[in-house]
Structure formats: structure tokens, C-alpha cells
Design a protein around this ligand. Structure first.
Ligand code: SF4
Ligand code: FES
Length: 244
């Protein structure tokens, strides 16, 4: 393919009455990523194009966007792969207010993350002299470690159909982070997280559509992590019922 069209969503809420799509043409080189193509476009064709990026290597999570309708990291997507019919369409992540072009306001995403208290809450026992060691069988450690790989790109959040319909739903990323600490044997924060998790807009809003798992660029099985949280809470409800 000699040339590829980039069809890019353009919108500046401070100036534009409505959004539009702008067409650019580029000559693809082998190995060119969507992010590199965007950088080239901004440097060579249109300095007003807004997008967010930092590490360029799938670590910072800042360049998530819709690439041909699917939430992906621009730095991990090859232009040759995305341009099936010769056109790559780029749009901002679904479900977020647009700040400019491909840059969205993620305040809601971060606020939901904080609601699950994504940090280690130690129990009342005295702190050890040195570090708190985690003792877990290898498989459980791997599962917990996988959940720690989240880079907060929000691809899962943008793809989740429940998030689209119920704006108060915590969403997969916050629940993955909650699972990371709930499954940590050193953590004693379940009671503090329960209000957010054991709630219609917490774990119970998930209907296991698995779009979050499919979308995750770090191969985190978010739907599985949510299922684990549901199991833990269901077991607690059964215990309480048994005690009554
Ligand atoms: Fe991104 Fe995956 Fe974390 Fe969701 S769980 S924010 S898709 S890294
Ligand atoms: Fe950091 Fe893509 S630029 S993940």
C-alpha cells in the first residue's frame, strides 16, 4: 500500500459547535505504529492535532484511543495491521468527555479507582521490623501479580457495555485493582472496601460480557478478577445467613 488514510476525530469544545472527522494521508513504513504515525502527522502536517502519549512502549497507558472502533494502545498497534482497507479511523475513548480531539477527561475513571482504596490496608498486628512478606502458593501469586500489571489505560472501561449504560458502575479497572488487594494475604481492608464493592454499582453490575478481558493490552483477565470478588462477597453473604 503506497498511502494510507487516517480519518481522525477532531473536536475542540471551546471553539467547535460539533465534532468532525479530518482526513490525512501518510506513506506507511514497515514497523510504523499508530502512535508514531500520529507524531509524524502532528510534526509534518497539522500541529493542532491533540493526543496523549508518553512512554511509547505500552507502559504508561496514556495513549489509549479507539482504533477502528476498538479501544487499543496506539503505541502497540501497527499501522499495517490497522489499515485493512487502507483507512485507519481514530476516535477518543468511548464514555469520557472529550477535552480536545483524542484527549479525554479521565477524572471519573480515577475517582472510581480511589473509591476501592487501591492500597494495602494492614491489620492491627504490630508492623514487622522489616518488610511484610507475602506468602502465597505460586499460582495464587501469579494471579495476583497479573492484576498488578494494570497500566490504567482505561481500554476495559471504554469497552464495557455496562459502563456505557450505568455511569455509576465502578468498572473493570477499579475492580481489578480491588481484587489485587483483596487477594493479598497481608491486607485487612475488606470491610473498608465493602461499601463500594458490595453494591449494585460495584461487583454486581458486571454481567460477564468479557469485553474488558478482550480489550486489555496487558492480558489481564478483568472479568475473572471480578468473578473472584463476586465469589468472595457471595460466600460472606452465605456465612452471615448461616449465622443468623
Ligand atoms: Fe487497561 Fe487492562 Fe488495566 Fe483495564 S485492566 S485499565 S484494560 S491495563
Ligand atoms: Fe505509553 Fe502507549 S505511550 S502506553
Amino acid at each position: 500500500m503506497d498511502e494510507i488514510s487516517f480519518r481522525i476525530f477532531r473536536f475542540d469544545p471551546s471553539r467547535d459547535a460539533e465534532a468532525r472527522y479530518q482526513l490525512y494521508r501518510i506513506r506507511p513504513e514497515p514497523g510504523l505504529t499508530v502512535l508514531s504515525a500520529l507524531v509524524n502527522l502532528r510534526e509534518e502536517q497539522d500541529g493542532s492535532l491533540a493526543f496523549r502519549a508518553s512512554c511509547r512502549s505500552g507502559i504508561c497507558g496514556s495513549d489509549a484511543m479507539l482504533i477502528n472502533g476498538r479501544a487499543r494502545l496506539a503505541c502497540k498497534t501497527q499501522v499495517a495491521e490497522a489499515a485493512g482497507d487502507g483507512t485507519v479511523t481514530l476516535e477518543p475513548l468511548r464514555g469520557f468527555p472529550v477535552l480536545k480531539d483524542l484527549v479525554v477527561d479521565q477524572s471519573d475513571f480515577w475517582e472510581k479507582l480511589v473509591r476501592v482504596k487501591p492500597w494495602l490496608i494492614p491489620g492491627p498486628e504490630p508492623a514487622p521490623e522489616r518488610e511484610r512478606l507475602m506468602r502465597l502458593p505460586a499460582q495464587q501469586f501469579d494471579e495476583l501479580s497479573r492484576a498488578s500489571d494494570c497500566i490504567f489505560c482505561a481500554c476495559c472501561y471504554a469497552e464495557c457495555p455496562m459502563e456505557g449504560r450505568h455511569r455509576a458502575y465502578l468498572g473493570p479497572a477499579a475492580l481489578v485493582k480491588a481484587y489485587r488487594f483483596e487477594a493479598d494475604p497481608r491486607d485487612a481492608g475488606s470491610a473498608e472496601r465493602r461499601g463500594a464493592l458490595d453494591h449494585p454499582d460495584g461487583v454486581w453490575r458486571c454481567h460477564h460480557v468479557f469485553r474488558c478481558t478482550e480489550a486489555c493490552p496487558k492480558e489481564i483477565d478483568a472479568a475473572w478478577a471480578i468473578q473472584q470478588l463476586q465469589r468472595r462477597l457471595a460466600a460472606r453473604h452465605l456465612r452471615l445467613k448461616g449465622d443468623a
